[in-house]
Design a protein around this ligand. Structure first.
Ligand code: CO
Length: 293
């Protein structure tokens, strides 16, 4: 069985998006820093409401999925299909923008603090123009499994092996078969699992530090570590323990042409997306809500 190792580190950069929300972007901070099928990972965290209350007012998406995972605070959302919702701590929104929608995502504080992640996950050409849909997944529907001494995994999407048991998350990605796992390791604890050998995978350490297997190289705090392909993955926490996201997905292998919130395969498709946004077409599609949450 081949072991996954660190292939490269993508440090996170401080940036802002929406109406000035301060965040850290690792994957996707440049066009050549993606990992098929993953386009972007943002971490937002602040104790200062001025950093985020302006939020992400109405904006479009087409051609991919956005996955929002809250740790602290709230995110109120509203879309052009008339849906509204409020994500609280531990909740996830899995939104398949596909052919498009307009929505707003407005962070709300809880005692000043707001912390969470947004992942952009690409769709293959055959799914880019399907009807938009989303699902709000409350924290209590996300299984938290013992993964050995001092190790806990929360499985948001896909399935993974934890302490000899397969644990399946509530979200099921389509063609990309994405797995999204929040891993908590106590100081010095470790977790070993398997992943489909040809899936691309990366980690993002948001608290503490971790090593991969017996490798000497530490995954830096607030950086994405892109992993080599392989079947087996072993994570070892540093002296302060580690909290990290593990993402794995089947590569799509198609050209990616991105213009802000539109991610298509060709320039002509991007121009069509811009035209559909300007004409109001993007705001007219029904947006299916997959469950009430
Ligand atoms: Co959005």
């Amino acid at each position: 069985m081949s072991d996954r190792r660190i292939q490269r580190i993508i440090p996170s950069m401080a940036t802002s998006d929406g109406a000035g929300v301060k965040l850290r972007r690792s994957l996707g901070s440049r066009d050549d820093l993606r990992l098929d099928p993953f386009l972007m990972l943002d971490e937002f965290y602040s104790d200062n409401p001025d950093d985020y209350l302006a939020g992400f007012p109405n904006h479009p998406h087409r051609g991919f999925e956005t996955v929002t995972y809250m740790l602290d605070g709230h995110m109120q959302h509203q879309d052009s299909g008339g849906n509204t919702g409020d994500l609280g701590p531990g909740d996830v929104q899995w939104m398949t923008a596909a052919r498009g929608l307009i929505h707003s995502e407005m962070p709300q504080q809880t005692e000043g603090r707001m912390r969470g992640f947004q992942l952009w996950l690409n769709l293959p050409a055959k799914d880019k123009m399907q009807p938009p849909a989303y699902r709000d997944i409350p924290a209590h529907e996300i299984p938290s499994a013992n993964a050995g001494p001092g190790a806990t995994v929360k499985v948001i999407a896909g399935e993974v092996e934890a302490a000899g048991v397969r644990v399946a998350g509530p979200a099921v990605a389509g063609a990309t078969d994405a797995r999204y796992i929040d891993v908590h390791l106590d100081a010095g604890a470790s977790w070993e699992t398997t992943l489909p050998e040809a899936h691309n995978a990366f980690l993002y350490v948001y608290e503490g530090s971790a090593h991969i297997g017996t490798g000497a190289e530490e995954v830096p705090h607030r950086a994405a570590a892109v992993l080599t392909q392989g079947e087996r993955l072993k994570l070892v926490a540093g002296a302060q323990g580690a909290r990290l996201l593990l993402l794995a997905g089947r590569p799509i292998g198609e050209p990616v042409v991105q213009y802000g919130p539109f991610v298509m395969n060709t320039r002509a498709e991007i121009e069509q997306a811009i035209a559909d946004y300007r004409s109001g077409e993007l705001a007219r599609y029904p947006v299916k809500r997959l469950n009430a949450g």
